[in-house]
Design a protein around this ligand. Structure first.
Ligand SMILES: [Zn+2]
Length: 67
């Protein structure tokens, strides 16, 4: 299940949520102030893709490290 970062629009509290792809954010509430509809941040996904890219590059440069 993917992990998403959400930012509360009311108090700017950032929290992480595991949820299914087809699930919307209308059921989510801020754990701090209980405000609804937090804003989804995409940083988590980007970071993951970037680390996968770096892994691939390192396998090319240092293949012995991955045996
Ligand atoms: Zn909040």
């Amino acid at each position: 299940m993917p992990l998403y970062d959400y930012e509360c629009v009311k108090c700017s509290h950032v929290f992480e949520v595991y949820h299914k792809m087809n699930e919307g954010n209308e059921t989510l509430t801020c754990p701090k102030c209980k405000a609804k509809n937090p804003k989804r941040l995409v940083s988590q996904v980007k970071t993951h893709a970037w680390s996968q890219f770096l892994d691939k590059m390192e396998k090319k440069i240092n293949p012995h490290k991955f045996k």
